[in-house]
Design a protein around this ligand. Structure first.
Ligand SMILES: [Zn+2]
Length: 398
């Protein structure tokens, strides 16, 4: 098995580190490249012990330039102040610890930290329509599940590729929310020590959804792994078939030789008497047995070959089957306000209003459709405001 690789970006790793420590009840503060974790009234996880000074851990966030070409710091060099970054020993230990316990933390976002403007979806900002005003009307408290998952794409025989994924899921719909998990957690206040909101089964269900989103994200990697596993299996199969055919020729050659010897014995038996005859009869019996064995072996290989060596094919398929394993590393349920984003839009001499159902920080819960033609808005189908009201590129330009 080749060395596993786990190369997420520094930002992702910092987000995960923060989420992990907050989920175990600690307070995390970041000041530039220095990240401080305070364990006030909570016991630090055991593995942190060596890095901890009383109840405080101070770590350095790796340089972004360094993070592009991850280099593993040596364990001794970093034991003083651990480094947070892709592939650092500290991060690896954190991921291992988190994957073992996957603690579920909770956090709350109060209001819309960046202001209602930040909730305007990117596709709308990119459209020719101008946002004249935007107002957020919170109606009720919702929550989202922010999950970090470690995924491995592997076959039983060959390789393992690991990657780290962050997914934000709406537990009510199972939909993935297009929102940066690190930004979400930055905006949230950790409810240190609080119990998770909602039931555990809700979180488990959200994790099942998160897993399927990660598998979808890994589509290309899985396809690549399957191609390469398929090629390896085909090569191994070809080798096996060739070996079997070589064995078949050997058995056939031996059988021909035995046939010849039996014919000779038959000739000699006609004139043999006494001990000679007994010896020849014994030899003939032995050779006949061997011929039966060879006939069986030959027909066994011939049948298997005609059927395409099904047993071996199945064995190789199993050996080269691609599996995706995912493991939650850190999970946080984040309480967010939900409500309507009321937008006033101006364009092409017209004005129109648009109401979007949104979550604070997490943005629209679903993509709206053009009221005129029903096409969904998006980067490929820009919103238009005409004199008649809302339209889209589909029905207005075409
Ligand atoms: Zn339209």
């Amino acid at each position: 098995m080749t060395k596993t690789t786990l190369v997420p970006t520094t930002e992702r790793v910092v987000g995960l580190t923060r989420q992990y420590f907050e989920s175990v009840g600690a307070t995390v503060r970041q000041d530039g490249a220095e990240l401080t974790v305070e364990f006030d009234g909570v016991a630090p996880p055991e593995w942190v012990g060596g890095y901890c000074d009383r109840s405080r851990l101070v770590a350095t966030v790796a340089d972004r330039a360094e993070s592009e070409t991850p280099t593993a710091d040596s364990e001794t060099a970093e034991s003083e102040t651990p480094t947070i970054g892709p592939e650092t020993p500290f991060t690896r230990r954190l991921i291992d610890a988190a994957a073992t316990h996957h603690p579920v933390g909770t956090a709350t976002v109060t209001g819309v930290p960046g202001g209602a403007e930040t909730l305007v979806p990117a596709w709308l900002r990119a459209s020719p329509a101008r946002v004249a005003s935007v107002e957020f009307y919170p109606y009720y408290d919702g929550r989202v599940v922010c999950a970090w998952l470690r995924a491995a794409v592997e076959t039983p025989s060959q390789y393992q590729r690991e990657s780290l994924h962050a997914v934000v899921v709406d537990p009510d719909t199972g939909n993935r929310i297009d929102c940066d998990p690190t930004a979400l957690l930055d905006a949230a206040e950790s409810d240190a020590g609080a119990r998770a909101v909602g039931s555990e089964s809700d979180v488990e269900r959200a994790l099942v959804e998160a897993r399927s989103h990660v598998v979808a994200e890994l589509d290309e990697t899985i396809e690549h792994a399957e191609d390469s596993a398929g090629r390896a299996a085909a090569a191994a199969f070809e080798e096996y078939a060739e070996r079997q055919r070589a064995r078949l020729s050997e058995r056939r050659a031996e059988r021909d030789e035995i046939e010849q010897r039996l014919a000779t014995i038959g000739d000699r038996l006609a004139d043999a008497t006494g001990d000679d005859r007994v010896e020849l009869l014994e030899e003939r019996a032995e050779l006949t047995d061997r011929r039966t064995e060879l006939n069986e072996a030959v027909s066994r290989i011939e049948t298997a070959d005609a059927d395409g060596f099904p047993a071996e094919r199945e064995r190789l398929q199993r050996r080269h089957s691609v599996a995706v394993r995912t493991r939650p590393v850190a999970v946080t349920t984040v309480a967010v306000e939900r409500g309507d984003l009321a937008l006033e839009l101006v364009g092409d001499g017209g004005r129109a209003t648009l109401d979007l159902s949104v979550g604070a920080v997490t943005g629209p819960r679903r993509t709206p459709s053009c009221p005129d033609c029903g096409s969904e808005y998006g980067p490929q189908n820009e919103l238009r405001v005409t004199i008649a009201g809302l339209a889209c590129a589909d029905c207005h330009d075409g």
